[in-house]
Design a protein around this ligand. Structure first.
Ligand SMILES: Nc1ncnc2c1ncn2[C@@H]1O[C@H](COP(=O)(O)OP(=O)(O)OP(=O)(O)O)[C@@H](O)[C@H]1O
Ligand SMILES: [Mg+2]
Length: 285
């Protein structure tokens, strides 16, 4: 009996040590989870000599929605873009640390970024439809990735994706019109339809609603809730109400550091770190 107790205690102490070792940096709260879809470890990002991200470690759980909040310039977009190697295109950008998706390093030399970006899709702040028809915007990814053999299959993917993005009713009679001719909010929903058309496993959203009216925003938030049943989502938002409505955990960034990660409810009602509290109560940011 006693032996078992001692063993348990030793085991617990070892686990704690392990967590503390992993818990480098000053992040408070729960950065890690048991069923991680993506795990970022000891991430540092530089633009030339300037460091934008300082030793950030964070897990995004399977089917979890994690919100990333923090003052302008604190590194939210930088961190998010690194999660599907979107920062590869910025020459001055240097990234170190680990980005693990389903146990594999996404920065491995053999990783092809095209399938990676289908698996880890991204929706940007500014809607960026291709200069193509509404139909072709959504059909583009499935075509490139060979997801539909027949036209009828492609039609179905286009319709289902547009429906899920809450846009179908508004565009079903003009699928051949250019996507760029839609309103800003419609364009954003088109971009979301385009992203989900390739059935990504992770969706990264960088302030996806900042150009939308409250009705379109509500539609996107409903969509996020629906998508989170099957997908893993990381969303950057400046709206604390939005973070509170859509996310399971919230990560608070400050000057390139990850200050706190906790259950969303906790972050907005009883934050663990003073900096988080100062931000959510509007003392800065
Ligand atoms: N392409 C780039 N080249 C050089 N510096 C950059 C680049 N992109 C971002 N930065 C710098 O990195 C830091 C983090 O920027 P980032 O865009 O990640 O912040 P953010 O938290 O998304 O801000 P916002 O809320 O305003 O969108 C800032 O100091 C920014 O000036
Ligand atoms: Mg940003």
């Amino acid at each position: 009996m006693k032996e078992t107790q001692t063993e348990n205690l030793t085991e617990r102490a070892e686990q704690k040590d392990h967590l503390q070792q992993e818990h480098t940096g000053e992040t408070v709260g729960t950065s890690f989870c048991n069923d991680a879809k993506m795990s970022m470890r000891n991430v540092n990002v530089y633009y030339g000599d300037k460091q934008a991200i300082h030793n950030v470690s964070l897990d995004i759980g399977r089917n979890e929605v994690v919100a990333m909040i923090g003052p302008s310039g604190c590194g939210k977009s930088t961190f998010l873009r690194c999660m599907n190697r979107m920062n590869d295109t910025i020459e001055s950008c240097r990234i170190d640390g680990e980005f693990i998706l389903d146990g594999a390093d996404i920065y491995h030399a053999k990783q092809d970024v095209v399938p990676l970006r289908a698996k880890v899709g991204m929706v940007f702040q500014k809607p960026n439809p291709f200069p193509k028809s509404i139909y072709d915007n959504v059909a583009y990814g499935p075509r490139v990735h060979g997801l539909a053999d027949r036209r009828s299959d492609l039609d179905e993917i286009v319709e289902v994706s547009l429906r899920r993005a809450g846009l179908w009713e508004e565009v079903k009679d003009r699928l051949n019109s250019p996507g760029t001719g839609l309103s800003g909010g419609q364009q954003q929903r088109l971009c979301i339809a385009r992203t989900i058309a390739v059935s990504p496993e992770v969706i990264l959203m960088d302030e996806p609603c900042s150009a939308l009216d409250p009705i379109a925003t509500a539609k996107i938030e409903e969509l996020i809730a629906e998508l989170s049943e099957n997908f893993t989502i990381a969303i950057v938002t400046h709206s604390m109400q939005q973070a509170a409505r859509v996310s399971d955990r919230t990560a608070y960034f400050h000057m390139g550091k990850l200050i706190e990660v906790n259950d969303t409810k906790r972050v907005f009602t009883n934050p663990e770190h003073d900096l988080t509290e100062a931000y959510i109560t509007g003392r800065f940011g």
